[in-house]
Ligand binder design. Structure first.
Ligand code: 9MR
Length: 386
């Protein structure tokens, strides 16, 4: 994909900053030399992109989708691409079987385009009953359930892809279809009507390919490197092997990367985790799949409440994870699931048992950069050139 204007600009600023450090620095414009490189600028120098999830929030003004304009400015300044945190999901786009509600996603899309940010699509099918709209779980597929389910799923995917066309170059076509506990696939109302989960996921990818032949089609899941995820990783590998065997058009694996710290001794934890993680990524890339980090954040578990040591451990864990994962040249995009601790799902999902606020993202609630931000910058800067 050719770099966007924003990437070129970010790269130019970063290059200018590097040039400024060299002996001929006097020739570099002062402003460029002084400008701290953005995460996107640092990423672009290695042929990578950096981005984040963006929510739609009531209260945003002047077409800005988030209520806090300073947060919107931070995202635009640091990122080369964004993804809507929720607004492309069926639960948001599909209030009823016959209607689409595009307004919130459209607002995010229009803002991103004004800011010259690329946009990823998340997602076209989150294949779990828990994340279906209620009407879809309860849907009456009638006398010809296969045909009715096929029409429903393909109409959804075609309608979204026809609307956004080339404005979105990468989609999470299927999200989280593998059960973490045993690696098997979830069944849903759709898969029961369509003859099984494989047939359902295959149909989603084939439909996406025919409606958006130029787009990168991604299977996205959270099979992490922490203990307890072996069955999930194995299940994802089996799914990816099946896609290849059946000739299903899947281009890349989205590695969500919701990390969970394992204790204050991050070095020891990484030493325990690295082997299995590399074996997993080796297996994925050996099948010819690309890689993306789609939802990076950190649950600061098993760490003391004191902020300096907690932030240090989160940063070190993130750095080690990124160094290993970015060593795979097929990985081109790194997205956080929120840039600020004020905009993260984790506090609501799993608060710390000691009651202190989670610090899962690169910027704190006041939008000040944390050690995790420096760790991401250093890992991007050290990544092998793409
Ligand atoms: O962060 C998202 C949260 O606001 C939503 O309530 C939730 C359900 O739609 O989804 C969260 O995002 C998830 C993403 O879509 C898929 N991977 C896991 C993310 C965190 O739960």
């Amino acid at each position: 994909m050719p770099p966007s204007r924003r990437e070129l600009l970010a790269g130019a600023v970063a290059t200018a900053a590097v040039t400024a450090a060299a002996p001929l620095a006097a020739a570099a414009p002062l402003a460029a030399a002084a400008a701290p490189a953005s995460l996107q600028g640092i990423a672009a120098r290695r042929g990578l992109r950096f981005g984040t999830a963006v929510p739609w929030q009531a209260g945003g003004r002047d077409g800005v989708p988030v209520a806090d304009p300073a947060y919107a400015r931070l995202i635009a300044a640091q990122c080369g691409l964004i993804v809507a945190e929720n607004e492309m999901k069926w639960q948001h786009l599909r209030p009823t079987p016959t209607t689409f509600a595009f307004a919130h996603f459209d607002a995010i899309m229009a803002w991103a385009e004004r800011e010259h940010l690329a946009v990823r699509g998340h997602n076209l099918l989150w294949h779990q009953p828990k994340w279906f709209p209620r009407w879809l779980n309860d849907y009456d597929f009638g006398a010809q359930p296969h045909a009715a389910a096929e029409a429903l799923l393909t109409t959804h995917i075609r309608t979204v892809l026809d609307r956004y066309g080339r404005r979105i170059a990468s989609y999470d076509v299927v999200n989280e279809a593998v059960r973490p506990e045993d690696g098997k696939l979830y069944d849903t109302s759709l898969s029961k009507a369509l003859g099984g989960p494989e047939a359902t996921l295959d149909l989603a990818f084939h439909t996406a390919r025919s409606a958006a032949p130029q787009a990168q089609l991604v299977y996205n899941d959270y099979m992490s490197w922490e203990p307890g995820n072996a069955a999930h990783r194995d299940g994802v590998l089996r799914l990816l092997e099946g896609f290849r065997r059946r000739g299903v058009p899947v281009d890349a694996l989205g590695v969500q990367s919701h990390l969970v710290t394992q204790g204050i001794d991050t070095g020891a934890a990484v030493a325990r985790l690295e082997g299995d993680w590399r074996r997993f990524l080796d297996a994925v890339t050996a099948m010819g799949y690309g890689l993306l980090i789609t939802e990076l954040d950190v649950r600061d578990n098993h760490l003391p409440a004191a902020i300096p040591s907690r932030d240090r451990a989160v940063a070190d864990f993130t750095r080690a994870y990124l160094d290993i994962t970015l060593s795979y040249p097929k990985l081109r995009d790194v997205l956080c699931w929120g840039l600020s601790d004020a905009h993260s799902w984790i506090e609501g999902f799993e608060p710390r048992p000691d009651g202190v606020k989670r610090r899962p993202t690169p910027y704190d609630v006041a939008l000040h950069p944390k050690p995790m931000r420096a760790a991401i910058a250093a890992a991007l800067a050290a990544a092998p050139m793409r």
